[in-house]
Every structure is written in C-alpha cells, then in structure tokens.
Design a protein around this ligand. Structure first.
Ligand SMILES: [Zn+2]
Length: 170
C-alpha cells in the first residue's frame, strides 16, 4: 500500500476543488490507520482518522488517577462522542467538532477554549467559570473519567488501563 497519496475533493465551505491528503500510519491499540487532511485556499480545514483494522462499535472508558495519565493519547474520529461525566460535558459528533489526535490534557485544553467563549455570554458565564475551576483542579489532582463512544470504532483511548467495551446496537 502507498503510504501517502492524494485525491481531489470538493470543499464543503466554498465548493471549489481541493486536495485531500491520505497518510498511512500505525497507532498502538488501533492498528493501521489512514489520516485524512485537507486545507482549502478559503481556509477551511478538514481532518479525520480511521482505522483499517478495527471496525466494531466501541466504547472506551478511562479514569485518570495521576497527572501522568494526562499524557494518555486520545483519538477522536469525526464519529466519536466524548463524555466527561464529572464535568457534565458531552461533545457530540457534528460539524463543529472536528476529529483530533491529542492527549487528555489536549482534550481538556479544547474544552477550556470552548468554555472561554461561553464566558462572554452572560447566561452561561457562571457555569463556564465553575467548570474552568473544576478543570484547574483536574490538572492538579487528576480525577476525571473520559468516555469515548464511536459507532465506527475509529476513536480510541490509548492506554492499557482503558476499558474497551463493545457497543451493542440499540
Ligand atoms: Zn474552500
């Protein structure tokens, strides 16, 4: 298999033709994957990742117990749903939620960015402040559960301590 190739696609934002880059890679626990990236002249970016080996619907649960767990890698495909029960936060798949490969700290930074936008909103300000304080505490004493569900099996939490549960179709 070619490790890298490109195809043409239509930009969803400006409808002009743009180039989609495909890169083959390997990720522990997830196996062989393809990364998809494109960046249109209009500035629209698209990224996604999908596994070539595992296709079952899966749910991952991981409880952070120490600060070093913040380094555990998280892969979220465009169909992954993230839940942070202690914070009461659910990030559903959607147009605004792009896929990413990061670690748990990076995931929390993304959540903080969204909360910072909510600080501008008078109705949401108090709630956002409270959640930002809770996230500060998590950085200090690391107490958080991260759950990712993906009906395509393309998302993962890359730790041997992550619980991997097959999703039954409901
Ligand atoms: Zn475009």
């Amino acid at each position: 298999m070619n490790r890298e190739f490109t195809t043409r696609t239509t930009c969803p934002a400006c409808k002009s033709e743009t180039i989609l880059h495909w890169t083959h890679g390997e990720i522990p626990y997830l196996g062989e994957v393809m990364y998809l990236t494109s960046k249109c002249q209009c500035g629209h970016r698209y990224t996604d990742v999908f596994s070539l080996t595992e296709k079952e619907p899966l749910r991952y649960e991981f409880h952070i117990e120490s600060q070093s767990d913040l380094d555990v890698r998280v892969i979220r495909s465009s169909t992954g749903r993230i839940e942070l029960p202690e914070l009461g936060i659910i990030i559903d798949p959607g147009t605004a939620s792009e896929s990413f490969i990061s670690n748990i700290e990076g995931l929390l930074k993304r959540v903080e960015k969204i909360l910072q936008i909510f600080l501008q909103d008078e109705e949401k300000r108090e709630c956002a402040k409270e959640l930002l304080n809770q996230i500060d505490e998590i950085y200090k004493n690391g107490n958080l559960t991260v759950i990712i569900e993906d009906p395509t099996g393309n998302s993962a939490i890359l730790s041997k301590n992550a619980k991997k549960i097959p999703l039954t179709s409901e």
